[in-house]
Design a protein around this ligand. Structure first.
Ligand code: HDD
Length: 681
């Protein structure tokens, strides 16, 4: 890595360091730097008298507190972020002149914020929803923001409809509910009456909308962007983040329970895995289409409701992102970070996707109200690592002290500086696309096929995934009061797949369609989660343990689980030491009260010879929940009887045995599979 690059990677951390404040071991002061001698009692006229206005410390403390909140994001209000780095594997020189995409091995710092879309800041982590996946690359040429989602398409084709869409999904205005849910009348009324949403709704009803955690989601730039190389040649591009631990989801019953048992489940998971040094990582992939091939596809590549099937346009992996540092302060960093799809660097440009074009306006506008003025780029988290120099001045919260007399261009006093840079000097030059058209307000004919890719998506699912989609539609529409809306949606999904609409219709009490359907037979295996990566790493295992357990064997299993990078957590009826048959002591760090089965990916039941009826009952419930959510189950020693008592025998993903080595190997294998769908429940 070049010296300059090293400096760049470090410089974001160094820059942030200047703003960090460690208040420990310091005297309490006012914001004017005055040491404070009393912070318990306000200044009063006599012990029982009225508080006096002249207590400046009281006034300052209270005023600041009264102004602590800023408006939450209009969408993506609930999110969680972390710092990391992006390393380039393969030079993208052929396609782009962006400096951070030239030299294999070069690194840049990044900040990532992942979010749900519909819910308020305090809502739960796993509603059925799209997830935001926004990445800020702090490059030597300025910040590049890839403001994407965990789904590759969107609900609408033109940004002018975004406020309508968001109004429809948010809590209904007359009642103020439901919070963070699309299962209500206005959302589905919007869908049925804006049929361009068909493809995205299939993603929303799929397992992608209830991810197991933020580390096991794909990310997509969604829009078609442009890459421009040194020679000025342009290619269309789509960006992908591929999680190295694979794409994994919860099941709906489980997701709903997690939201109650631990509404912070996803954010806590991200925080803890980073603290443990198990850094989440993604490969950066690109799909590239030469400009001259723009019209070679059976969809319009500018349409954000369409993906480019990976089998037609392969994803080329070019780099890797690792999140390796938690924030110091959630407000200062995660809440104040300001993303913008229009933050690009030379070599990256826009396409005419009408959704993207509208986004280019919306983000700065929203930051102005949310962050209280035009100087949010000066907040530590938003500052580029390349310094900024321009003639913008003043405004709320201005921090830079610009020196000199001039704040205008052209000038002679400062020799006409700051001066513009030529392209050779790194100045950004917009791609000179030739545009020629009438001013019209219309949808292009090429944007009017709303159903073929929705069917492509459905065709690409396994039977289990299809069942989940049917169940999701049935749940969501089952929550819709207006029967006409339910019928309209069923009629709409008939265009995607007749059998799907028939089953849903039968479940939600509306007329079952008898004709219609799609003749699209194409599928794209890359869209199914069944084809993802499976690893045991960071899988959370609930270990059910009671007094009298077989000491040596259980200890060996626990050691083996840790060696395989899983996270075993010992759970019992109460916290504290549990005693094995040979004097081994293992600490229970969770109880059946605090450690609900939905919070774990797998269970290992060790039991114990001295176990009582209460333990048996609780453990029985635990394993039954795990079983119903298709999770891996293992048992040794007395644990095997607990499984049998709960009616769980040797079906897929259930591993029992006395030989520790054999058990461990089969169990770790079962754990790495995540879910075992072929159980008859
Ligand atoms: Fe957006 C936030 C992603 C369409 C307007 N959007 C926001 C965030 C993400 C996305 C990840 C959260 C950023 C953060 O963590 O701070 N948005 C998308 C994607 C879209 C999309 C992938 C479609 C492909 N968005 C979209 C449209 C508009 C907006 C069409 C308006 C024209 N989005 C906003 C916003 C937000 C926002 C209102 C709220 C907070 C913010 O910008 O900073 O401006």
């Amino acid at each position: 890595m070049s010296e300059e690059n090293k400096r760049n990677v470090n410089s974001k951390n160094e820059q942030l360091e200047q703003f960090r404040s460690d208040d420990r071991d310091k005297h309490l002061t006012t914001n004017q730097g005055l040491k404070v001698s009393e912070d318990e009692f306000s200044l009063k006229a006599g012990e029982r008298g009225p508080t006096l206005m002249e207590d400046f410390h009281f006034r300052e403390k209270m005023t600041h507190f009264d102004h602590e909140r800023i408006p939450e994001r209009i969408v993506h209000a609930r999110g969680y972020g972390a710092h990391g780095e992006f390393e380039l594997y393969e030079s993208m020189k052929e396609y782009t002149k962006a400096k951070f995409l030239q030299e294999p091995g070069s690194k840049v710092p990044v900040f990532v914020r992942m979010s749900t879309v519909a819910g308020s800041k305090g809502s739960a982590d796993i509603p059925r929803d799209v997830r935001g996946f926004a990445t800020k690359f702090y490059t030597e040429e300025g910040n590049f923001d890839l403001v994407g989602n965990n789904m590759p398409v969107f609900f609408i084709q033109d940004a002018i409809k975004f406020p309508d869409f968001v109004h429809a999904v948010k809590p209904e205005p007359d009642t103020g509910y439901p919070q963070a849910a699309s299962a209500h009348d206005t959302f589905w009324d919007f869908i049925a009456n804006n049929q361009e949403s068909a493809h995205m709704v299939m993603w929303l009803m799929s397992d992608r909308a209830i991810p197991r955690n933020l580390r096991m989601m794909e990310g997509f730039g969604v829009h078609t962007f442009r890459l421009v190389n040194e020679e000025g040649k342009s290619h269309f591009v789509k960006f992908h983040w591929k999680p190295e631990l694979g794409v994994h989801s919860t099941v709906w019953d489980e997701a709903q329970k997690i939201n109650g048992k631990n509404p912070d489940f996803n954010r806590q998971d991200l925080h803890e895995t980073i603290e443990n040094g198990d850094y989440p990582s993604w490969k950066l992939g690109v799909q590239v289409i030469p400009e001259e091939d723009e019209f070679k596809f059976d969809f319009d590549i500018l349409d954000p409701t369409k993906l480019w099937p990976e089998e037609e346009v392969p994803v080329k992996v070019v780099g890797r992102m690792t999140l390796n540092r938690n924030v110091d302060n959630v407000f200062a960093e995660t809440e104040q970070v300001a993303f913008h799809p229009g933050s690009v660097v030379p070599g990256i440009d826009f396409s005419n996707d009408p959704l993207l074009q509208g986004r280019l306006f919306s983000y700065t506008d929203t930051q102005l109200i949310r962050l209280g003025g035009p100087n949010f780029h000066e907040l530590p988290i938003n500052r580029p690592v390349s310094p900024f120099h321009n003639n913008q001045r003043d405004g709320y919260g201005r921090q830079t002290i610009n020196v000199g007399k001039t704040s205008y261009h052209n000038n002679s006093i400062a020799s006409n500086t700051p001066s513009v840079a030529t392209e050779a000097e790194g100045g950004y030059a917009h791609y000179q696309e030739k545009v020629d058209g009438r001013k019209i307000q219309a949808r292009s004919e090429s944007f009017k096929d709303h159903f073929s890719q929705a069917t492509l998506f459905y065709n690409s699912m396994t039977d289990v995934e299809k069942t989940h989609i049917k169940e999701a539609f049935s749940f969501e529409l089952g929550m819709v009061n207006d029967k006409s809306i339910r019928q309209q949606v069923v009629n709409m999904i008939t265009n995607i797949n007749l059998e799907l609409s028939q089953e849903v219709a039968a479940n939600i009490g509306v007329q079952v369609p008898t004709e219609g359907g799609s003749n699209v037979t194409k599928s794209s295996p890359a869209l199914s989660q069944a084809n993802t990566v499976n690893k045991p790493d960071t899988m959370k295992i609930g270990v059910l343990l009671d007094d009298g357990f077989t000491g040596e064997a259980v200890q060996k299993v626990l050691d083996g689980l840790k060696e395989n990078k899983t996270y075993p957590t010992v759970i019992s009826s109460k916290l504290g030491k549990i005693h094995g048959d040979d004097g081994t002591e293992i600490e229970a760090v969770g109880t059946f009260d605090t450690g609900h089965p939905v919070l774990f990916d797998a269970v290992y039941v060790a039991g114990g010879a001295e176990t009582d009826a209460n333990f048996q009952k609780q453990a029985g419930y635990f394993v039954t929940e795990m079983f119903n959510h298709y999770k891996p189950i293992g048992a040794t020693g007395e644990g095997i009887a607990i499984l049998h008592e709960a009616g769980i025998t040797d079906v897929a993903g259930v591993v029992t045995g006395e030989d520790v080595e054999q058990f461990l190997s089969a169990y770790v294998d079962a754990v790495s599979q995540h879910r075992h769908w072929n159980r008859n429940v």
